[in-house]
Design a protein around this ligand. Structure first.
Ligand code: ADP
Length: 286
């Protein structure tokens, strides 16, 4: 929730943003429309926003516009701003973690994690030993100590996703974008990853956007949960006061916590209402 009055520009701001793919052709499709929101900059604290919604409602489009990803950016209308400045393309201040493991297969874990630092080496002014030190610190934090000389194919899916997380966080981005990062993983591994993100992100102090299909994951990880409407996507409902998991709250044990169950139930009911209104508005719908 926006706390207090801040004079700083919001960290992320969407001003009347719309995105139509293939505009002016028969394939024209408006993924998002009139999207307006603003996230306060909370240095040293950050915030975790979970984005859920029906498939195809523009959730990834929102992340891609924040990232400035060239396949999607720019918006067809409106403006996306980071710290008050219009986004013009990708930047080191933003890091993306995808569902598919995005590591380079021919590089070791260590070299994968170092990659972003190495290509920015001149600007960052890091020596070889500083790069190695930073990478090893992150590799340890994501639970991959001892695996740093291995190649991605020698790791499990969960471990590969840990590499992707380390690769992103090593650059200390102020905004982290996660697009269904755990949906390719089996359930126990998914809980492991939720634990890891829960433990890591307070340390990272970033503003995080997580797109997920899992309402329980959205509630467990998010400070806020936003539900998008079917395309053209807008924010259909917001839950800005999600009760944080109790200290040490394990994602598996949390499933039985009455407060957690109640929060998941409330989000699920709203999600279902948004889905039903879509079905009712479809030709031949209810
Ligand atoms: P979600 O993440 O909510 O499932 P997306 O943001 O991925 O939805 O996509 C919303 C809609 O926009 C989908 O119908 C998708 O096919 C379309 N879309 C997304 N990216 C592109 C693109 N680069 N070119 C054309 N259409 C796209």
């Amino acid at each position: 929730m926006s706390v207090g009055v801040t004079t700083k520009a919001p960290i992320v701001e969407f001003v009347d943003v719309g995105k139509t793919f293939n505009a002016g052709t028969r394939k024209s499709f408006t993924a998002i429309e009139q999207l307006d929101f603003s996230i306060d900059d909370r240095p040293g604290v950050g915030e975790f926003i979970s984005l859920i919604g029906p498939s195809g409602c523009g959730k990834s489009t929102v992340l891609n516009l924040i990232q400035g990803f060239s396949d999607v950016y720019p918006p067809t209308r409106g403006e996306v701003r980071i710290h008050g400045t219009k986004v013009v393309g990708p930047g080191r201040d933003r890091g993306m973690i995808f569902q598919k493991y995005s590591s380079f297969p021919h590089l070791t874990v260590l070299r994968n994690v170092a990659f972003g630092l190495e290509i920015n080496r001149e600007q960052l002014g890091f020596s070889d030993s500083e790069i190695e030190h930073r990478c090893m610190e992150l590799i340890e934090k994501v639970g991959l100590a001892g695996h740093e000389r291995k190649y991605p194919h020698q790791l499990s899916g969960g471990q590969q996703q840990r590499v992707a997380i380390a690769r992103t966080l090593v650059l200390k981005p102020s905004i982290v974008l996660m697009d269904e990062p755990f949906s390719a993983l089996d359930e126990p591994t998914r809980y492991d990853m939720q634990r890891l993100i829960h433990d890591l992100w307070h340390e990272v102090q970033a503003t995080v956007f997580l797109v997920t299909h899992s309402i329980s994951e959205a509630v467990y990880l998010g400070d806020r949960v936003w539900i998008m409407t079917p395309a053209p996507g807008r924010i259909g409902a917001t839950f800005d006061d999600i009760v944080p998991p109790r200290a040490g709250g394990d994602p598996l044990l949390m499933q039985e916590d009455p407060g957690f169950k109640e929060a998941v139930g409330a989000v699920a009911r709203r999600f279902s209402a948004i889905e039903s209104s879509r079905r009712a508005s479809e030709p031949g719908g209810e």
